[in-house]
Design a binder for this molecule. Structure first.
Ligand code: GLV
Ligand code: MN
Ligand code: MN
Ligand code: MN
Length: 413
């Protein structure tokens, strides 16, 4: 007779610590950017743990990593549970790792208890969720969901590395994993993640049942002027793209978020060419990350950004070119899978609320091919994409318990 599967909290917390050492930064965070040596080390450790437990390990052409435990009905496609192992350049230890390692803990808990599910369950670590080294983010899950990946063949990373070469090397670094074609039928997907915002902690709620994810758009604004001598070029002779970029950013920051509490605008990267202290730049390029739950507002905000950048460039006798590098419409999760998660939370008698996600996640694309849902746990001060990111151990373990319970129900309909 099988036992009731239980999360081993100590084992999970120990694993979170072990993975936090891979790419650890002096300030207590992690730098484990997609397809880097550190990312490969984390993938290797997870694969080794899986093989030790007798689970089968696969990877596909996007280096998405799968760990499979069989169910009783081999004709059913698997239920996927997981998240990502890559991080921001100055990322935290929980963003992605919590969901991936909790999913693996859930698989081990089922194995410890010799519990049978009808469907196979596969833990997945999606490749390049963050998108900070190679844009866009959620590449692995996007490809899995059938996106056209042809344009990525020539993608170059923020460090000059070739995406195609790094993918090839990452796949080759794990010869123990059997090859699997990209994409396959699945029965569903559940992802545990930290909230990355302050609401659960503030409201003292231990679980967020995520019903939808808001839309994201990434733009690259390139303003061209004329390079010139900093000491000799008087105001009347300047075509200075930095002046235009600063004025545009200032205007946008003064209107978009102050006039719409649901809107988000972030300029996270700005570069000037040639980047010399005593030269007027030839060009200034800055990125804009736009978010909104309503698609029509996202359209309106993009239109406003285009107009403001063009006007401020013209005011400096410069030209502005704006390129959309990523458009991820928001989406609602499957009502059935949301119910499965909510029932799991109820069966564990945990305080919870339904909420939408401000961050994008791999679940957003997987929701296009299978019923998907997400579980959030609080993080301290809502901090994420920050080395100080922290999750109370009790919250991490509670999240894993919800994931396990939801997976048991979803995998045995
Ligand atoms: C994911 O990392 C996001 O930026 O929402
Ligand atoms: Mn994440
Ligand atoms: Mn992240
Ligand atoms: Mn993310």
């Amino acid at each position: 007779m099988s036992l009731q599967p239980e999360i081993d909290g100590e084992r999970l917390l120990g694993r979170l610590n072990a993975f936090a050492r891979i790419g650890a930064t002096p300030a207590g965070g992690v730098n484990r950017q997609a397809l880097s040596a550190e990312d490969r080390s984390a993938r290797r450790l997870l694969a080794e743990l899986a093989l030790e437990r007798g689970f089968a390990v696969f990877q596909d052409g996007m280096a998405n990593l799968f760990i499979r435990r069989e169910g009783s009905d081999a004709t059913l496609p698997p239920l996927l549970i997981g998240s990502h192992l890559d991080s921001q350049p100055t990322g935290g230890r929980f963003d992605g790792a919590l969901g991936t390692l909790s999913a693996f803990e859930a698989l081990e808990a089922l194995e410890d208890a010799k519990a049978q599910t009808r469907m196979p369950i596969e833990v997945v670590a999606w490749t390049n969720e963050e998108g900070s080294r190679f844009a866009p983010g959620v590449m692995g899950s996007m490809a899995f969901a059938g996106a056209d990946t042809a344009a990525w063949k020539s993608t170059v990373g923020s460090d000059g590395a070739s995406l195609a070469k790094e993918l090839e090397a990452t796949i080759a670094a794990l010869p123990e994993a059997a090859q699997r074609p990209t994409g396959m039928p699945i029965s569903g997907y559940i992802e545990l993640h930290i909230e990355q915002g302050p609401s659960l902690e503030k409201e003292r709620i231990s679980i967020g049942v995520v019903t939808a994810v808001q839309g994201t758009r990434w733009l690259e604004v390139s303003i061209q002027g004329t390079a010139g001598h900093a000491g000799t070029t008087g105001l009347a002779y300047r075509r200075d793209p930095m002046v235009a970029a600063v004025a545009a950013m200032h205007r946008l920051q003064a209107t978009i978020m102050p006039l719409d509490a649901d809107a988000r605008l972030t300029v996270g990267r700005i570069t000037a060419q040639p980047g010399s202290i005593n030269a007027i730049p030839q060009s200034v390029i800055f990125t804009a990350d736009l978010r909104h739950p309503q698609p029509e507002r996202l359209d309106a905000i993009e239109a406003e950004l285009r107009e403001v950048c063009a006007a401020e460039a013209e005011a400096q006798d410069c030209t502005a070119m704006i390129r959309r590098s990523f458009d991820m419409p928001g989406a609602a999760f499957s009502p059935d899978m949301i119910d499965v998660v909510e029932e799991a939370v109820n069966s564990l008698r945990l305080p919870h609320k339904r909420m939408i996600s401000g961050a994008f996640h791999d679940a957003l694309f997987i929701a296009r091919v299978a019923p998907a849902a997400m579980i959030f746990v609080p993080c301290r001060d809502g901090l994420s994409h920050n080395e100080a990111e922290y999750v109370e151990p009790a919250h991490a373990v509670t999240g894993a318990r919800v994931l396990l319970q939801a997976a048991i129900v979803a995998a045995s309909p």
